[in-house]
Design a protein around this ligand. Structure first.
Ligand code: 5GP
Length: 114
């Protein structure tokens, strides 16, 4: 079991600005947005990091990425472009140890990232 803040959001124990949810996935706006659109897409399954994925999780992660593209269209940023990011572990910038996909857009984004 996971007791991260994201597990609590998925369970409805902590409020969030939820933009999509189904039996496997929840998407909600980041509390500290880095761009006009900043949505976090999480599995309900408490997978800690990208390193913990198994082959069985591949369809789930595929659905998360497909949802990112659908939400980008819904948010009106698909044509201009956007970024999707999984941060993994400390050097990757991960701070919440429940797998999450960032969907970031609505302004020009710099590359390389910091
Ligand atoms: P990470 O650094 O782990 O890749 O991303 C974690 C993200 O979660 C950060 O962008 C941070 O702003 C966001 N975050 C942390 N706590 C909360 C929360 O309680 N609610 C929401 N909506 N976002 C959060």
């Amino acid at each position: 079991m996971s007791n991260t803040i994201f597990a609590k959001i998925a369970a409805g124990e902590i409020p969030a600005d939820i933009v999509y949810e189904d039996e496997e996935i929840v998407a909600f706006r980041d509390v500290n947005p880095q761009a006009p659109v900043h949505i976090l897409i999480i599995p309900r399954l408490p997978i800690a990091t990208l390193n913990d994925l198994t082959a069985e999780h591949a369809p789930l992660v595929g659905r998360m990425l497909h949802l990112a593209a659908e939400l980008a269209k819904q948010e009106g940023i698909a044509e201009a472009g956007y970024r999707t990011v999984f941060n993994c572990n400390a050097a990757g910038g991960q701070t919440v140890y429940h797998l999450h996909l960032h969907l970031i857009g609505g302004r020009p984004l710099q590359w390389p990232p910091g």
